[in-house]
Design a protein. Structure first.
Length: 402
């Protein structure tokens, strides 16, 4: 839908209004403005469409830099439009630059900063927009943006730790699979041709490996297609409501990896809750936003049930304590925070503690996985080599018999 910028005047007060709106045509835009009792002075279609994020992606690190720099500029006394213009010139991400320019245009047209951000949900989450809105209403935008930057930095740091911890085992596993397939398809058949001239029964491990190699050679393309189809089928399934519920309920119960996944969701929950409460947003709206950002439908459902209990007058800790997905440690800290009036501080401490536990668990897991993967790779490759050389070891007996 095209976007139009306009200059109009209120029919009652005569005040001039500059803003923008989306409409199917210029005539439809003028009609919509007349319905608002605005007399159009000038109107023109903007070049391009608002919200140019459909075809691109903004990295979390780019959002962190934008938020931190904007907080610094506003705290230094620069005007919002001037700060946004400077940031649009500095950023190297094209999508982010287009978004900032669009936000600048909307703010110049009279929209609030939070409303302008809300037009780009793929870049600025509901959490981000609500915290900015609370900062605008309370006159603490610079402080709120600084807290947002800190929150995003913590999120980015945790995400980076998880990715780096999983990168090594994933790479080694892929290498092991690649080497195994190469040996079965290219190397083992060569030995099979040699063993045919022996004229004797081959050892069981060798025969099994030759049969496996022949099977893989015949069905190699089918195996690849089936593997790709299985991956895509699984990814599609977990995007459906039943599939997501199944996966989210099972993954937090897995040994080792489930503990990490559960703690990551809890850390996200506590840090988001602390940031929103500290921003002065009403508690029910805080819980609604947190439910949307927690990243696990089981926890999301529990939070939404808690919202109903809190509406009836129950405490936050009492409502959350009914659901085993929230550990007793978090409930006790929340209860202490409610009694002292420092819920945000308590939740922030819990989030920091969970981040440290996640880092410790990931470090220990990485240290444990490395030798296990090396042993696995050695057993697979070594087993193939030994199976191939077993007939050669018995070649002297075969010759003596002949």
């Amino acid at each position: 839908m095209p976007s139009y910028t306009y200059i109009a005047r209120e029919s009652a007060s005569g005040r001039e209004v500059r803003s923008a709106l989306d409409a199917n045509s210029e005539q439809a835009a003028v009609a919509a403005l007349l319905n608002r009792n605005l007399l159009v002075i000038s109107i023109q279609e903007k070049v391009g469409k608002k919200g140019k994020t459909a075809g691109g992606k903004v990295a979390l690190q780019d959002l962190v830099v934008f938020t931190r720099q904007l907080a610094t500029m506003i705290d230094a006394g620069l005007a919002m439009v001037q700060s946004l213009q400077a940031l649009s010139e500095q950023t190297t991400n094209k999508v982010m630059r287009d978004v900032i320019k669009d936000v600048t245009t909307r703010v110049e047209g009279g929209d609030s900063f939070s409303d302008a951000l809300g037009k780009h949900p793929k870049v600025f989450t509901k959490l981000y927009v609500c915290m900015v809105g609370a900062g605008e209403k309370g006159g603490l935008l610079a402080d709120i943006l600084a807290r947002l930057a800190t929150y995003l930095e913590s999120t980015a740091r945790l995400r980076k730790k998880v990715k780096s911890a999983m990168m090594y085992p994933t790479a080694v596993t892929l290498v092991a699979i690649g080497i195994t397939v190469f040996l079965l398809v290219k190397v083992v058949p060569v030995f099979g041709d040699v063993f045919k001239g022996f004229g004797s029964k081959l050892p069981a491990p060798t025969q099994f490996l030759l049969d496996l190699s022949a099977f893989v050679q015949k069905t190699f393309l089918y195996i690849i297609v089936a593997g790709v189809a299985a991956v895509y089928g699984w990814l599609y399934f977990i995007k459906t409501p039943p599939g997501r519920w199944f996966w989210d309920s099972k993954r937090i119960k897995l040994p080792i990896f489930g503990v990490i996944a559960h703690k990551i969701c809890l850390a996200r929950f506590t840090r988001t809750l602390a940031s929103l409460i500290r921003s002065g947003i009403p508690i029910l709206e805080v819980l609604s936003i947190t439910a949307n950002t927690v990243g696990n439908v089981v926890m999301e459902k529990a939070i939404r049930i808690c919202m109903t209990d809190i509406e009836r007058g129950e405490s936050i800790s009492g409502a959350l304590g009914k659901h085993p997905v929230f550990p007793s440690m978090i409930i006790r800290m929340l209860s202490a925070g409610e009694q002292t009036g420092k819920i945000d501080s308590m939740l922030e401490r819990v989030a920091d503690f969970l981040d440290e536990e996640i880092e410790t668990t990931l470090s220990g897991l990485t240290s444990l996985i490395e030798p296990l993967l090396i042993v696995f790779l050695g057993v697979v490759v070594g087993g193939i080599v030994i199976a191939m050389f077993l007939p050669i070891f018995g070649l002297s007996d075969l010759v003596s018999k002949k």
